[in-house]
Design a protein around this ligand. Structure first.
Ligand code: FAD
Length: 397
């Protein structure tokens, strides 16, 4: 099937699936800052995507994926965003855990875990950050020891997105007693619903709770549930960070275009476009969005050629050290935060009024949630450090 036929197939499937009575309520729901919306329906949507073969598009067919080309994966994400399809609850499994298991998992682990992710029936969360170990991840203190064929886990994770709906946690823990920093860590695959795990949601500035504190008190997982070798967890954990946010970034840009158009319409509607400052900021936002799109396409093209976003420099080799993903993360998060500020200024005093049922308006949600984007997935300061040190060869700070 050529790309154009594939695009029509994706578009047709999305149109009909989203029009079905079960999912008609989901248009535009559950995106950033709205992960609390229609959770049960979005879990059912995940299973529908899986049943019809729309999860794991780039995975090898032998591992339950569709082995689709990079271009066709991009088409899927573009069409998904264009259809205003709901925010995914299975993205951590599909985009982080699946690719990591493909890189580091045993044949048994792939056979056990990939089908549940591809079917949309098993959801995952990522347990890396701890109080005191976020940017400085190697400082983590959650520990696990092997006793009688089981890992016994004690400690605490924090900011664990979607742990409250997850079935499994991809957990980074210290498995060698007395080890220090990045040595002696392991990546464990831990069932979330068990007596030794307590999950406490954390409410964010948006009033919603997308992430959690997760407490481990003699939690258990089978000895075989370890990705990579014991003590090799740092390499595996970095492997996962390398695949974080690849091709789906392009779909996200279509969502950004939609948000930008809404701000532009609002400025035209209330006359604030006549304010030269607002007009200039709108023009700047549009220009920056084009630059962001070209840079992302360029970085993804380089990643495709080089086998992964982490390994790709900006095409043409302008920057050494594989910092393209860091640069695009810096760019999109900064752009999106500025768009939130612009949206509030365009709305003027109306931006302070509550929305329906005293909930947040889209403008308020954009403005507030975008604060998180320069923090998660590695804060912007850390991205700048990486660009400076690995990309430009500047001395370590
Ligand atoms: C919405 C959201 C979802 C998240 N989801 C998950 C998840 O699912 N799983 C998970 O494991 N984690 C998750 N996180 C956690 C995220 O990865 C961390 O918040 C992030 O790595 C920063 O760590 P920290 O919060 O401990 O801040 P800190 O590391 O304490 O940083 C505090 C401030 O100091 C700055 N700073 C720290 N070190 C340096 C340095 N060396 N140079 C310059 N500046 C520095 C930081 O940039 C920041 O401004 C999530 C976070 C958010 C906001």
């Amino acid at each position: 099937m050529n790309d154009e036929q594939f695009r029509l197939e994706v578009r047709g499937w999305l149109t009909s699936a989203l029009a079905s009575p079960e999912f008609a309520c989901l248009a535009g729901k559950g995106g950033t800052g709205r992960a609390h919306e229609f959770v049960a329906e979005r879990m059912a949507w995940e299973r529908r995507l899986g049943a019809d073969g729309w999860i794991g598009l780039g995975w090898p067919e032998a591992d339950g994926g569709r082995g689709l080309s990079w271009d066709q994966q991009v088409i899927f994400y573009e069409e998904y965003a264009r259809a205003n399809a709901p925010g995914r609850v299975g993205h951590i499994g599909e985009q982080l855990v699946g690719p990591t298991l493909l890189m580091f998992g045993t044949a048994e682990q792939k056979a056990r875990f990939l089908p549940g992710i591809a079917a949309g029936t098993e959801l995952w969360c990522q347990g890396y950050s701890e109080p005191g170990a976020g940017s400085d991840l190697a400082g983590l203190r959650t520990r696990a020891s092997l006793l009688d064929d089981e890992w016994h886990i004690d400690g605490q994770k924090i900011w664990t997105s979607l742990a409250h709906v997850a079935d499994w946690c991809f957990l980074l823990a210290r498995t060698e007693a007395g080890s220090d920093r990045h040595r002696g860590l392991s990546c464990l695959l831990v069932p979330v619903r068990q007596p030794g795990i307590e999950i406490r949601p954390i409410t964010q500035i948006t009033g919603t709770a997308e992430f959690n504190e997760v407490f481990f008190d003699d939690a258990r997982t089978a000895a075989a549930n370890i990705a990579g070798s014991p003590g090799d967890g740092w390499r595996v954990a970095l492997g996962m960070l390398g695949v974080e946010r690849g091709v789906s970034n392009l779909g996200q840009l279509i969502g950004f275009q939609r948000e930008f158009s809404l701000v532009l319409d609002a400025a035209r509607g209330n006359g604030s476009i006549d304010d030269p400052d607002i007009a200039a900021r709108i023009a700047d936002a549009w220009i920056a969005l084009q630059v962001l799109r070209f840079t992302t396409e360029d970085a993804l093209g380089a990643a495709d050629a080089g086998g992964g976003l982490a390994g790709g420099g900006l095409a043409g080799g302008g920057l050494a050290g594989g910092v393209a993903a860091n640069i695009t993360k810096l760019m999109w998060t900064t752009w999106h935060q500025r768009l939130g500020e612009l949206a509030v200024d365009v709305a003027g005093p109306d931006a302070t009024l509550a929305g329906a049922d005293y909930g947040l308006t889209d403008t308020q949600r954009l403005f507030l949630f975008a604060r998180a984007e320069t923090i998660f997935g590695g804060s912007n300061e850390i991205q700048r450090n990486i660009v400076a040190e690995r990309g430009l060869g500047l001395p370590r700070g």
